[in-house]
Design a protein around this ligand. Structure first.
Ligand SMILES: [Zn+2]
Length: 458
């Protein structure tokens, strides 16, 4: 297998990837908190995990991937209380929407997508072990991890612990400037409504950080190859995952930490107050195909900051369609059957070049440059260009062979269409209208013609 180099946040340098088991990769991707639509910044990180998986598979590795679904934490509980619905129905709705967005972005669903609420017993057992070995302690409002008992605490985030105070923090999210003992388990308060679990140390609910440690160890192993996430997760989330996991097992938790950069919108941070939190629905509303967004993301190295502008993503859509229209055509294979030595040489040279870039810390922008170089090569017959680019698309995932008319209607939309037809047949027009809005919200247009309902991507 050719060498793959990845930037490891742990040592803050590019390293050759050496797997725990030869030919295999265990990878944990910090997944979404399902309390709202995921935004395009979140999706940049999920595209990174997807490219990483595809690169390993392209190189012949077997990948065992996990992406968790955070369906119980401060944010989800708060939102379900505000909306006046149960935690389960809130998280179920956004989980479905999340997976349909992944599909639209051609992100291959990881092999396992466990939900936090299904692993509570595993979290409790980790906390019990920490209470036993003295790295955790009980206080009036919950169980906390004692960061003073963790010798390497903060290595990942390059923390300076001189300023740390002996304080604790119940909130899952806090600032790097003030590292403190963090919450493993929060005792029940009335703000949690009916969300609570029995535990030997007192009823309550888990903190966010312990959820990922438990799901990673349960679904993969105590030590895994790779853990991914956005750079905003380095502290406190990933720092705390390392501390508590290693406090339990005494083993290294993860060998390679891969973190993706931020997205800014017109040079500004995405924020509610600026009204610039864009989702895939926002993009579809402006006639930007989710795959054009994927192409836009691949144009910049994953560790760099990426500035989103409508002009730039529009340009990406034009470039993507240009490659796609070339690749999706049918070419006469007959004329190119005469294979000269120079063609064979060219083919292997291009393949090598592409692999070298993609294996060099996932340099997708250089890999895309190879695609354009191939398109411009006047000495290579079209049929061979097509074959090469389609091979590269196994990594890029740009659906280059998909013809416009073949655009697939996702499964969940098909179900909604059926439900709407039933409502219409039963003359329940209020319900059918409601479903139509839901379908439109997910980026599809609904038209009722003489031959029935016609659905088209917007
Ligand atoms: Zn996580």
């Amino acid at each position: 297998m050719p060498p793959i180099f990845l930037h490891n946040t742990l040592g803050n340098k590019k390293e050759e990837f050496i797997p725990i088991k030869q030919g295999e990769v265990s990878m944990y991707n910090c997944g979404p908190t399902v309390y709202d639509f995921a935004h395009i910044g979140n999706f940049r990180t999920f595209i990174l995990s997807d490219i990483l998986r595809r690169v390993f598979e392209y190189n012949g590795y077997k990948v065992d991937g996990v992406m968790n679904i955070t369906d119980v934490d401060d944010k989800t509980i708060k939102r379900s209380v505000v909306e006046g619905i149960s935690l389960k129905s809130l998280t179920h709705k956004y989980e479905e929407l999340f997976f349909s967005d992944l599909e639209a972005l051609n992100i291959i669903k990881p092999q396992k997508t466990p939900k936090a609420t299904e692993s509570i017993a595993d979290m409790i057992s980790l906390i019990e072990k920490m209470l036993e070995n003295g790295t955790a302690y009980k206080s009036s409002d919950g169980v906390y991890f004692d960061i003073a008992k963790s010798p390497g605490y903060g290595t990942l985030a390059h923390l300076n612990l001189e300023n740390s105070t002996k304080e604790r923090v119940a909130n899952d999210e806090y600032d790097k400037t003030n590292p403190r003992d963090f919450s493993l388990w929060k005792f029940y308060t009335k703000d949690d409504e009916n969300v609570c679990y029995e535990a030997p140390f007192g009823k309550g609910r888990p903190g966010w950080h312990i959820e990922c440690s438990a799901m990673s160890m349960k679904n993969l192993a105590e030590t895994i190859d790779i853990h991914t996430g956005g750079i905003d997760l380095i502290f406190p989330h990933h720092t705390n995952e390392i501390a508590q996991s290693e406090a339990v097992t005494g083993k290294t938790f993860v060998h390679y930490w891969i973190h993706g950069g931020f997205i800014t919108i017109d040079g500004k941070k995405m924020s509610k107050s600026l009204g610039n939190i864009f989702t895939l629905q926002t993009l579809k509303g402006k006639k930007i195909d989710p795959i054009a967004y994927r192409y836009f993301v691949l144009g910049t190295h994953y560790r760099s900051m990426l500035n989103f502008t409508w002009e730039a993503v529009g340009g990406a859509q034009v470039a993507w369609k240009k490659i796609k229209s070339f690749v999706s055509k049918t070419y006469d294979q007959q004329e190119s059957r005469l294979v000269s030595k120079s063609i064979i040489y060219k083919l292997s040279e291009y393949k090598e070049k592409f692999s070298k870039h993609i294996n060099n810390d996932l340099d997708t922008s250089q890999s895309l440059a190879v695609v354009f170089e191939i398109l411009k090569d006047s000495k290579l017959p079209d049929h061979y260009k097509q074959e090469l680019i389609l091979d590269f698309d196994k990594v890029l995932g740009l659906k280059l062979d998909e013809k416009e008319e073949e655009k697939i209607i996702p499964e969940n939309i098909k179900i909604l269409i059926k439900e709407r037809d039933t409502a219409r047949n039963g003359k329940n027009f209020a319900k059918s209208d409601e479903i139509r809005k839901e379908i439109e919200l997910q980026g599809f247009e609904v038209k009722d013609g003489p031959e029935g309902t016609v659905i088209t991507p917007r």
